[in-house]
Design a protein. Sequence first.
Length: 126
Amino acid sequence: MLFEKPSYSLYSHGDGSIRFEIPDKIHSDVLSDARQACYKARDAFYACLEKESNKKPTEIASVGLLYPIECKKTREAYDNGCRRTWVKHFDRQYCAKKRVQRLLDDNESRRGPMSLPQTSTSNSSN
């Protein structure tokens, strides 16, 4: 089953109290080993993006992220190894980081000698 409905139980007692029970099931994707596997898949995908940055992006990921076909296998591993909400979160972070870097790179190319207004240091009397 792709989406599992959360299971919990509500018990009403004769005294008017309600008891809420959550089963002992632990989702493995939030455990440390699963997180580490997710991070490894994520890092492999983003490393592929950097390595293949000169290739034309033809594939579309979450949040509109474009990537080249050469990174398709690492993307599939990333999508399969991480929770969908995590993938969207990491993709948003990556895109935001790239936007900021592009802005900083653009500003670097426009920089030249800085000219500030000169303050008067002489006491000239007219």
